[in-house]
Design a protein around this ligand. Sequence first.
Ligand code: BES
Ligand code: ZN
Length: 601
Amino acid sequence: MTAAIEARDPNTLSNYSYFLTTHTVANFDINFEKKILSGNVVLKLKRLEKTDKPDIVLLDTSYLDIEGVQVDGSPAEYELQSRIEPYGSALSIKCGSGSDKDDVELEIKVKTTHKCTAIQWLTPAQTSNKKYPYMCLFDPEPFETDSGLEADEALVSQCQAIHARSLIPCQDTPDVKSTFEFNLRSPLPVIASGLFTGSKDYRPGESGKAGTLLYTFRQDVPIPSYLFAVASGDIATASVGPRSVVATGPEELRACQWEVEADTERFIQTAERIVCPYSWTTYNILVLPPSFPYGGMENPQYTFATPTFITGDRENVDMIAHELAHSWSGNLVTNASWEHFWLNEGWTMYIQRRLEAAIHGEQYRDFSAIIGWKALTDSIREFGEEHEFTKLIVDLKGKDPDDAFSTVPYEKGFTFLYYLEKQIGREKWDQFIPHYFSTFARKSLDSYEFKSTLLSFFSKDSEVYAFLKNLDWDKWFYAPGFPPKPDFDTSLADSCYALASKWERLNAEAETDFQPSSSDIAGWGSNQVVVFLEAVQEFDEPLGKKGVHLMGEQYGLLHSGNAELTSRYFAIGLRAKDEEVYEPTVELLGKVGRMKFVRPL
Ligand code: BES
Ligand code: ZN
């Protein structure tokens, strides 16, 4: 028997310290009319060694209709317990007579409901977007298909952090990993977080919808529940590398392909050199409609991405570097609970910036980290320097991990790893990276295991070991507020700051011969404009209306299609109460769901 693991995740109602899911099969019909998924889920569980053998399995569910449960092929007693916010309703299942066996197989007949928090059902209005052609996944002109469905209807799931329980009954914790099979029936093409194994007609005549196919996928690398993902819609694909395609609406395909084709494979190979070989066979990108609430989501096989990164200049592909980096940090080596989320996101920012450095030069890494430090500053100020959620390890008992979400785990986590790299020395640190990832591949870990692995790796290097022994780990892990600010190489940011000070003098009506013109930013990458705009946001005396107008006009900010720029520029304009930005702000907020842009506005 496998030794029992301690239940270290407070955000699940499952009893995963007694049973562990090893394999999951999801069999679903996707019903666009009713906006539900219905079918059954098969869970193979392994019983763990415990003296008090329980015969009850507890699973997470949230707003699911449970229609029947079988244990090892026979109907079983079950009960859907009352809801406990924010975690949902535990499904308790009696294992009955077979309870001495090591393995238990559950088959649960299930339907999602309209309260499902894991799925966005997109209407034609949400998938079409004539103003921003790159922002739409589906054809702008709705047309009837054989199935009677409008071809621009779509479904997208988002399970991180604890929404998988709203799609499938499961042990919804990143501390449990399972292999998966997906058998999904839909009238429109389907994508899931497994390798595609085929599609075929599904009982023609019976399904009621012509053109409904059964799409099958398998994920042989064990993954946590939050990486369960499905999307269905009018999707076309184009190659962007030897192991990669981009998928999106047919009209936007070429633009999406151009945006990522130069960098995707380069990023993969660079990450393989820094960490270890890629484990997932293919790396693909699904570009979604603009209402997707995140920049990107690292679902295995397919990163789900916002269309706001398609800017026609390849300037936002760092998002792809980020989601790809999760193939190692997060998807292969996973935080054991959302309290240790920095292990996913901090490591991912670290790898992302190493990829940026390898491709654009070392200076670019610090340039990107400077943008990150600004984001960290904003988050810590917003929470307050003493706030629980500004700690590296947060206490989430009784809480919803989505409420703790901020850039803190990303940037404080990055700062910690960057600090360790600088103190230990790049060469030695670079040997630890593959060691860490091979030690925890296909496993989940917490911060204490990270610490002990680092210490034991350097146990024979007296200098590094002494440093690690003396390190104030408790302060890094538990102190709220700012970590020590790294000494960044500011060479790429300096010209951005210099331009911002010219504007500050102009704004203060100090004596200056500065006359803003488009040549100020000629040759700049859009991320440099981002750093400039962020510096303007920091002015002691907010930029006045006149300045806002001039800046928008000279730097083409009012009508730019790049939300990274407009969202920051509009924030400056709103602060100046410049009516000129009101309408475009409303328009941006009406189109774009990405929280990074929506929240500050
Ligand atoms: N895994 C996250 C997105 C996420 C986190 C979804 C927590 C739900 C709960 C993803 O990798 C991410 O960090 N996305 C960023 C993009 C990025 C370039 C930092 C985002 O969405 O802004
Ligand atoms: Zn991430």
